[in-house]
Design a protein around this ligand. Structure first.
Ligand SMILES: [Zn+2]
Length: 320
């Protein structure tokens, strides 16, 4: 059954329902009328969901989040430094709210990718904070789901989930004990750069925690990382002026404490997300693809058909 036949059946049934109603009433068959009404309402309900299902899957070529997740090859994407943060964020959003919607195969794929991410972070020590946040969210969700087994729909055997939770706790412990290797380099180092260049680097960070972490490297970087203007710019980049006014935090000197403001505002409003490479959707070809890889577009003006897909938007594509 496709979307056209769903529409055709709905029209036919509506006509039959209208024809049957006066006859049933005239014959005093109230029960028949109610039965017809129920059938009709049920059909509308099913056709609505089928419409959602078909229009959604036709929109981007995938029927479920799990299917898209399996076929878009996120496993290779994590090897690309420009896509790594995007995939981690997507896994984190799934951990927070979509874990129970994954099929058995999609769960297996999810945990395989997670395993690769953890191994990668342990090996090259790239952005462990990001993966620590993801594991924290995942373990919290799993604890709730396992405790409430029977009340929630958790696909798969409970013992498999307990095993997965144990693995996550082990990974968390390993990441906690992760020691950063000291780079032995006799050439130019970060602290050899002039002040204005160091300042320039700090102004390019879009994440407050990255600024704080860099500030812990040397006393000079700490001094630069505490600059009020730097935090003010960061607040202005992520939040609107209206949002500042609602959560003003004055410092002891009577100034606005922009650093505290940044972390306070982050709790109330989402920050702007930045990724080296993001998935894009082409409205003309109805296809999801990585921007850097592109796709063989048949549109006359491809640029007008492209739409960036944030990790949250990616998940929303599969919500009916
Ligand atoms: Zn296209």
């Amino acid at each position: 059954m496709n979307i056209n036949s769903v529409n055709a059946y709905a029209c036919k049934l509506r006509l039959l329902y209208k024809q049957a109603l006066p006859c049933a009433e005239a014959n005093g068959e109230c029960g028949t009328s109610v039965e017809w009404q129920n059938i009709f309402l049920n059909f509308i309900f099913v056709s609505f969901h089928l419409k959602c299902f078909y229009s959604s899957s036709q929109r981007h070529g995938y029927c479920t989040l799990g299917e898209a997740f399996n076929r878009l090859d996120f496993s290779s994407a994590i090897q690309d430094i420009r896509r790594f943060n995007y995939v981690v964020k997507l896994l984190q959003l799934i951990a927070k709210s979509q874990l129970t919607s994954l099929s058995g195969a999609a769960q297996k794929n999810y945990f395989n990718i997670l395993d690769k991410i953890v191994r990668k972070v342990m090996e090259d020590q790239y952005n462990p904070r990001l993966i620590k946040d993801l594991l924290q969210d995942l373990s919290s969700t799993l604890c709730i789901l396992i405790r409430g087994v029977g009340k929630s729909v958790l696909v798969g055997n409970i013992n498999i989930w307990i095993c997965r939770l144990e693995t996550i706790l082990l990974w968390q412990q390993q990441l906690k004990n992760l020691q950063m290797n000291k780079q032995v380099n006799n050439g130019l180092t970060l602290s050899d750069l002039p002040l204005h260049m160091l300042n320039n680097i700090l102004y390019r960070f879009s994440d407050g925690w990255d600024i704080i972490t860099l500030g812990q490297v040397t006393p000079t970087l700490y001094m630069l990382s505490e600059d009020r203007q730097l935090w003010k710019k960061l607040c202005q980049y992520h939040f609107a002026e209206k949002q500042f006014c609602r959560h003003l935090i004055p410092s002891e000197k009577g100034h606005i404490d922009w650093k505290l403001m940044y972390f306070a505002l982050q709790k109330y409003y989402p920050i702007k997300e930045q990724y080296g490479d993001t998935l894009h959707f082409c409205r003309h070809c109805s296809i999801l693809f990585w921007k850097d890889t592109g796709h063989p577009c048949t549109a006359s003006d491809p640029d007008t058909c492209l739409m960036p897909v944030s990790p949250q938007h990616f998940i929303d594509l599969f919500k009916f």
